[in-house]
Design a protein around this ligand. Sequence first.
Ligand code: SF4
Length: 366
Amino acid sequence: MVRHILGISGGKDSAALAIYLKNKYPQMKLEYYNTDTGCELAETELLISRLETYLGGITMLRAAAGSPEPTPFEHFLKASGNYLPSPQARWCTQKMKLAEMEKFVGDAPTISYVGIRGDEDREGYVSTKPNIQAIFPFRKNIWSVDVVNKVLSNNNIAQLLEIYTSLCDEETLSEAKKIIEKPLTKDFYYSKKTNSLLDLDTKLFNKAVFKFLKTTDYPVGKLDDFPLVDNDDILVRDDIFRILEESGVGIPDYYKPIKFEVDGKIGTYNRSRSGCYFCFFQQKIEWIWLYEQHPDLYQKAMDFEKGGYTWNQNESLADLIKPERIRQIKLDAIKKQEAKRQAGSCRLADNIGDVDEDNFCANCFI
Ligand code: SF4
């Protein structure tokens, strides 16, 4: 039997995806899970508990069960000799999240639904385990890059053409043929070919991929029926906020901008994503938010900086909160916000930062 899983990170996009799929495909037996690091903000935990009520259950996974350390993070930190994780050495995600998720899945063929939005230009986590296949329901292209590469490979042109022939009328086929028969080159690469086929007919492309996967070992290919092939919704940031608000689950409080004043100028700050309170991916202004809104957590993050290890390159958390440094960080944030305001909208959804998305780990922040 194929399992359908959805990781609840505590962020807005995975929360909205769970609500969306539950309402749109009530027949799908989705298993929701959360990998608990023990280091989330209380606001994140509140969102997860509201979602748990809405969804009717979330399996909580916690690494290092039975450890005498207070949190899984502290367990692994101790084991690594206080070596703090970083974007280059992200052992935290691997040990606390991916390993637990893969243990939860075991060897069963499994489809993992991931909430990367239609307005994001990035790929999500693609499991290295062949029995786990990622699907992205919010995007126009719901398939992962490995699947697309396989289906559109120049070696499979004849097979894809045969599948299209079996699925569509003459007129559509003659258009599809022009795209399918054109081999991939450095000018006509995978994403261009994918987009051409999606633009021609998204549902047809999905049906063709589904049929193709039936000739492979991919978990989706083992299903008799995959309702998402008939879904051509594209959901963007505004949709996410709407889904969360309409469901009553709501937006986590840490997203809500708080005003601050420096040198007579007004700016706002907020936390832009879920994840550990000390996450090294957060922006400098978010560290200041943590210092001023959750001083106890900032102190704890500071306590982890030992033996020359710091969360940020070239700057300790003690240095980051020197009054002149705080002033500078706030002024920089105000400058960015003014530029953003001049460029466009002031809606809440637009002011909630989603910067440098490519650098983030899908498992923690979606
Ligand atoms: S939220 Fe940040 S610190 Fe926590 S596991 Fe993810 S990448 Fe690591």
